[in-house]
Design a protein around this ligand. Structure first.
Ligand code: TXA
Ligand code: MG
Length: 340
């Protein structure tokens, strides 16, 4: 559907102590049902008042997001979360107490104040209290819960810098608050507390073992098969999401360099993401990623955005170890490499 272009304003704000005027301007827009992109500690979000069905509909239009894929409602803390949920189990209280504000999203029974548009018509709602000072200041000034998916067009990579947001959404959003790069660089962990045992729907910065310490056994996340050389079987099981435009292949550490070299020998322009140092290989462009999972996560989208801009033919990524600490990175690499 055609839509009139929005005039997009970009305001630079201090990440630690955001300027009050910029935050007030953003809060006024949110209260008026308009769209504001803002930084969180994970990735940039595309926000609208979670209580305004029209504003929420505009989020789906701006992203080109399928209407049944629900949004996360951002709140200041547990008290505000209780106002958008129908039920606040003890498990929610414990997790919020330990991990909020921070990169953890809780799926709970939906409160009656939340419009259908936010939940995709479903009877649960996802809530999270972000820790980034800009997000917190915006929530405090707006005095509203803010529905915000990642601020990218549907199916594209999540934005970790305001430039990434502008590239995808300029002309589709009223304001972008630019506070520089997001420190975490990868989306929040999503845990469903409406099932027994609770289930991790999306691995992220808060690890399964830490969640388990608060709520007992947790299930999931579902395993994704990663693309190696050949297309994968059972594409119905794969969800291409969080993906660069450049085709990405994953390979175990011992095989990645050879796979990259093979592609380069066929005349393709190839980048190889290694974990830690690796020897040079002919024409392959090597990108050395951190060998620490948290630092790797903070770099990954930034690197993929940059490689996409170069217009390479192929990115080959070494698969990190199958360990809890690496679950989020493995999940995103596997999704990015899914058959398309
Ligand atoms: O770190 C983050 O979570 C970022 C920042 C902006 O907060 N947000 C984010 O939003 O990643 P989005 O929309 O890109 O991803 C939200 C994920 C989707 O996979 C969505 O399907 C899931 O959360 N989700 C949202 N509401 C849900 C619900 N009620 N039940 C199950 N999954 C839900
Ligand atoms: Mg997203």
């Amino acid at each position: 559907m055609a839509r009139s272009a929005e005039r997009t304003l970009i305001l630079l704000v201090d990440a630690a102590r955001p300027e009050a005027e910029a935050i007030e301007a953003a809060a006024r827009l949110v209260r008026a049902g308009r769209l504001v992109a803002f930084p969180t500690e994970t990735v940039y979000g595309l926000g609208a008042s979670a209580l305004d069905a029209g504003g929420v509909a505009a989020v789906f239009r701006a992203k080109g997001r399928p209407p049944r894929n629900p949004l996360i409602v951002h709140v200041e803390g547990a008290a505000a979360a209780r106002r958008v949920t129908a039920n606040w189990p003890e498990s929610a209280g414990r997790l919020a107490e330990r991990f909020w504000p921070g990169p953890l999203t809780l799926v709970l029974p939906r409160g009656s104040a939340v419009p259908d548009a936010v939940t995709g018509g479903g009877d649960t709602v996802a809530v999270r209290a972000p820790s980034h000072p800009v997000a917190r200041a915006l929530l405090a000034a707006a005095q509203l819960p803010i529905a915000a998916p990642s601020a990218n067009r549907s199916q594209r990579l999540s934005p970790t810098r305001a430039e990434h947001v502008a590239r995808d959404l300029f002309g589709r959003v009223a304001l972008i608050l630019d506070a520089g790069p997001c420190p975490g660089g990868m989306e929040s962990t999503v845990i469903d507390l409406t099932t027994v045992p609770p289930r991790i729907l999306r691995p992220g910065p808060i690890l399964a073992r830490d969640l388990g310490e608060e709520v007992g056994a947790v299930e999931g996340p579902p395993a994704f098969a990663a693309r190696r050389g050949a297309p994968l079987k059972g594409p119905g099981m794969l969800r291409r999401h969080y993906a660069p435009r450049t085709r990405l292949d994953c390979a175990p550490t011992g095989e990645a360099a050879a796979h990259a070299a093979e592609q380069a020998a066929r005349g393709l322009r190839v980048a190889l993401l290694t974990i830690g140092a690796s020897p040079a290989i002919g024409d392959v462009r090597r990108v050395q990623m951190p060998s620490d999972a948290v630092r790797y996560a903070a770099r990954l989208y930034d690197v993929l955005h940059a490689l996409d801009e170069e217009g390479l033919d192929r990115i080959v990524a070494e698969l990190p170890p199958d360990e809890d600490a690496w679950a989020a990175v493995r999940d995103r690499l596997a999704r990015a490499s899914s058959a398309r």
